[in-house]
Design a protein around this ligand. Structure first.
Ligand SMILES: [Zn+2]
Length: 259
């Protein structure tokens, strides 16, 4: 995948013009962060103008917001605020992971962990700020989940060991978001029913992950670093993800060996 740089000032102006809420949100995120974001677009002719992602370079702390399409004026403000908020948390010292090797599976694990760590706070933030389409991302999350398990309402896929780990982490994230948005997890959620029926151990495993998060707490940077170490050791992910956090101008590596 190749990327093209978007001109910063034009992009920021365009994002600000999407909604008044986003405009004032942008005023409030720290100047340090604003200076440190590069805007990229995927060279993807079939790009979806409702998809975005963020990334942080662990070598220098450079943040990226990556759009799937050039047509950024159409993106819902909640999606943009969501991605910014991932970077705000990283910039404030919350931990994040990167894949050790750039393979599809390692990337999926890394991104599922990052989402699991941050999504509760992000969805609470979006809800409190009154962003209306807070479920947009949830739909993307469900699509990824369906793709991972080959969901078609019939037969479950046989998963490889790493496939099961990806699935469990993705599902824990899905569960976490759904719980944050609404208490009634199993109501009108066909994919949850399917998983409960066909992947019972994954369903239970995801609940165990979330219970551990709750018991240990995951609201502070320190708690998140502890939880991240726990996840890496529990799922034997030491060769799959690296952990980092930002302190001042530096990106610090988290040592997973002493767990
Ligand atoms: Zn997210």
């Amino acid at each position: 995948m190749t990327f093209t740089d978007l001109p910063k000032d034009d992009t920021v102006e365009e994002l600000r013009s999407i909604s008044e809420k986003l405009n004032s949100y942008y005023d409030n995120i720290s100047d340090i962060l604003k200076e440190n974001i590069l805007y990229l677009v995927k060279n993807n002719p079939e790009g979806n103008n409702q998809l975005m992602q963020c990334a942080t370079d662990p070598n220098n702390g450079q943040h990226y917001l990556i759009f799937d399409s050039n047509d950024i004026s159409e993106i819902h403000d909640s999606i943009i605020a969501h991605e910014f908020q991932h970077l705000v948390m990283r910039n404030n010292g919350f931990p994040f992971t990167t894949p050790v090797v750039e393979t599809n599976q390692h990337r999926k694990i890394s991104s599922a962990i990052n989402n699991l760590l941050q999504h509760k706070q992000i969805y609470e933030f979006l809800t409190n700020k009154g962003y209306t389409a807070k479920c947009d991302y949830f739909k993307t999350n469900i699509e990824t989940l369906k793709e991972t398990i080959g969901f078609n309402g019939n037969n479950p896929l046989i998963l490889s060991p790493i496939g099961s780990k990806i699935f469990m982490l993705l599902y824990a994230d899905h569960y976490n978001i759904q719980k944050t948005i609404s208490e009634n997890f199993y109501d009108n959620n066909p994919i949850a029913d399917f998983i409960h029926e066909h992947y019972y151990s994954i369903d239970r495993g995801a609940i165990r992950i979330l219970n551990r998060m709750k018991e240990r707490g995951c609201g502070t940077k320190e708690q998140q670093i502890d939880f991240l170490k726990d996840i890496v050791s529990q799922f034997s992910l030491i060769d799959i993800v690296n952990g980092h956090y930002i302190e001042g101008d530096n990106v610090i590596s988290i040592n997973f060996n002493d767990e």
